[in-house]
Design a protein around this ligand. Structure first.
Ligand SMILES: [Ca+2]
Length: 413
């Protein structure tokens, strides 16, 4: 007969500890195959994802974008732009470029393809770029039909002749008194020696009627703007429309996102934004360097958009900035493979919308010396500027995606 012996306290503890060890051992021996399986599944998933990403088609062939350092008088060091007020706040979208006619009426183009006349309190539609129907206008998918005006100018010989730069419908004129409309440059036409015009962006009209206009890309249209930015190649150009014979020719080829263009006061040179390089080029129209190009300003603190004349008596320019330089942009610039992955995974818009919004406009003289920089860090009032209309120090501020027209009275500063 087996006699069970009563265990002492120490024996109970030892026995309990052994049981716990056995339980853990069993648990570990059961868990090992599971962990191995998890690891295998994870590895296979990662490898499959990498293979899928690698074989996904991509429309871009990206290169390294090195913007260099940042030259700035006071990077983010003031909040002058926050003193602006917003006109038509929430009523409009995308008033990018401006013009002013002989009666002082101001004009801008909106994201739905309209050109509107406005003052500080009222806005009237002047014309629509595209043909009917207009039901879907205002969407990115309908831009090519409805039109998108990015640049406006008034003729220097006729104060009611409005020049229009539409990124889908080319260069046109509209006479504001007679209503006569004319197409000068048709983006669907072929011009000898000129690569396709897919993204006409801004223009300047000289006294003699010559039109110089930028085409940001032969490859991507405006509704693929982020593809152009992500690729970073010199797909753009400056084009010249000759009014005497209607010909179009390349003035400067291989520009990096050619954007704003403006003439010096005496029309001896033009300056042109290279948006994806944060720099501005100078193109000589007169003198011994005629036809030559050189750097006007580089290592700018932001991504330049349109350029317009300053009202200073000696001439000068205002530069609108779509974005300020930031670490995310620098990293993206130096890693084209990462940009390619973002494109393949369709994350470009998400990335773009997550970038910090900081407003900046810059005034410089005709030698490229910065006179002043006006900031809105954090984009409280003016998070982005496409173009400045300077009426003796009263500044109207356009924006490619803003839902307002900014107005800043800087006449006493
Ligand atoms: Ca522009």
């Amino acid at each position: 007969m087996e006699v069970k012996r009563r265990k002492g306290k120490g024996e109970w503890e030892a026995s309990s500890h052994r049981k716990e060890e056995q339980r853990k051992s069993k648990s570990i021996s059961l868990g090992r195959p599971r962990c191995k399986l998890c690891l295998l599944v994870t590895l296979v998933s990662v490898l499959l994802s990498l293979v899928l990403i690698a074989i996904l088609p991509t429309p871009i062939d990206p290169v390294i974008i090195d913007l260099g350092g940042i030259k700035s008088k006071s990077f983010g060091g003031n909040a002058y732009l926050r003193e602006a007020i917003r006109l038509f706040d929430g009523e409009i979208k995308g008033p990018e470029g401006f013009a002013i006619d002989g009666d002082g009426n101001m004009y801008t183009g909106l994201h739905d393809g309209r050109i509107v006349l406005f003052n500080d309190t009222h806005m009237t539609t002047v014309m629509r770029m595209g043909p009917p129907p207009y039901d879907n206008c205002g969407k990115l998918t309908s831009e090519s039909h409805c039109g998108r005006v990015l640049g406006l100018e008034i003729s220097q010989s006729d104060p009611y002749l409005l020049y229009i730069c539409d990124c889908y419908h080319g260069i046109q004129t509209l006479h504001l008194k007679t209503g006569h409309r004319e197409v000068l440059v048709n983006t669907t036409a072929t011009y000898p020696g000129v690569p396709p015009i897919k993204f006409s962006n801004d223009m300047v009209v000289l006294k003699n009627g010559s039109v110089f206009f930028t085409d940001s890309s032969y490859k991507f249209a405006r509704n693929e703007l982020l593809m152009e930015m992500y690729e970073g190649r010199p797909n753009g150009k400056l084009l010249h429309y000759n009014p005497t014979d209607g010909t179009v020719s390349v003035a400067i080829g291989e520009l990096h996102f050619a954007n704003g263009v403006c003439a010096s006061k005496d029309e001896s040179f033009l300056i042109i934004s290279e948006t994806s390089r944060s720099r501005i080029l100078k193109y000589h129209l007169k003198g011994p360097k005629t036809g030559q190009t050189e750097i006007f300003m580089n290592e700018l603190p932001g991504v330049p958009d349109n350029i317009s004349p300053s009202s200073k008596p000696g001439g000068g320019f205002w530069i609108g900035f779509a974005l300020l330089r930031n670490e995310a942009l620098e990293v993206l610039g130096h890693f084209p493979a990462i940009r390619n992955v973002f494109v393949k995974l369709r994350l470009t818009r998400l990335i773009a919308e997550s970038l910090p919004r900081n407003g900046l406009i810059m005034e410089c003289d005709e030698s490229g010396t910065v006179i002043r920089e006006l900031y809105d860090m954090g984009g409280v009032k003016i998070p982005s500027v496409s173009e400045v209309l300077d009426l003796n120090g009263v500044l109207y501020l356009g924006s490619y995606d803003g839902t307002y027209i900014g107005k800043l009275d800087f006449s006493n500063k």
